[in-house]
Structure formats: C-alpha cells, structure tokens
Design a protein around this ligand. Structure first.
Ligand code: ZN
Length: 148
C-alpha cells in the first residue's frame, strides 16, 4: 500500500482496484471485504455494516446493464451461430433455449457486475468516494445589478 496525495484532504491510501472489483463482484464492501454490499437484489446498502464505509456515493447507473448486455450478447449470439453451423436443432428448441438462456444469464450477472462497478468507483474515488462531494454546493446566483 503506497501513499498518494489526493490534493484535497491530505495523504490518502492508494486503493487496489482489482481487490475492490473482486469484493464488489462477491457482493461485499469494496473497502473491508466483510460487510454486505446489497440490501436487495440491486439496492446497495448506504453504509457498510462492518467498517462504516459510506457506499451511498455509488453511481453505477446504466453501466452494469451495458456490461451484462455485452457479455450475454456474446455468449448467446455465439451460441446461436455455433448451433446453426454444427447442430440440427428444431426451431422450437431454438425459440425456447436462447430467450431462456438470455434471461437466466442476465439475472445471474446483474448483481455481481453492479458490485464490480461500485468497487471500481470506490477504488477510483469517484462520486464522493474520495471524501469530496460529487459536485460543489450550489451557490446562489448574484442578484443582477439594477441599471442606472
Ligand atoms: Zn466495509
């Protein structure tokens, strides 16, 4: 563990992004690896129950579905092409197998992928994970000067 200067709050530990992603994929807090990351299927906890890390800063948004679509698309489309070339399956089997495989793989991958994205965001100190607010507080606009 080296020390780096984050420019805002003084020296900060470097965060191992591989370890953070691995912990997130396993559904564990990216900081300590012990506390649960999710309180529901895709709802992350606000605070780690084990180390108190504030996890509500995560902004995984649409990235996990994009990653899941990319992975599942390659598996399913590749499978369809292989089956078309090397197997002689009935149209009925194709129509049952590929949509079912798509649904099952998507549900299985969604939570681990979202956990990995949150782990990466934590390791990269994104969105307040670095101790600074996501965006500066809104300042009231100066009132316009009356024209003379
Ligand atoms: Zn923790």
């Amino acid at each position: 563990m080296g020390i780096q200067f984050n420019g805002i709050a003084g020296p900060a530990e470097t965060r191992d992004w591989r370890q953070a992603i691995t912990r997130g994929v396993k559904g564990r807090c990216p900081h300590c690896g012990r506390g649960k990351l999710f309180r529901a299927f895709l709802k992350p906890v606000d605070l780690c129950e084990s180390c108190g890390e504030e996890l509500h800063y995560q902004r995984a948004d649409d990235l996990p579905p994009y990653i899941v679509i990319t992975i599942v698309g390659h598996i399913v489309v590749g499978g369809i092409l292989l089956a078309e070339k090397y197997a002689d399956w009935s149209m009925g089997l194709h129509m049952v197998l590929w949509p079912a495989l798509t649904l099952v793989l998507s549900f299985l991958l969604m939570q681990p992928v979202k956990g990995g994205v949150i782990g990466l965001q934590w390791a990269m100190r994104m969105h307040g994970f670095g101790g600074e607010p996501d965006r500066p507080e809104r300042q009231p606009l100066p009132s316009p000067r009356p024209r003379s």
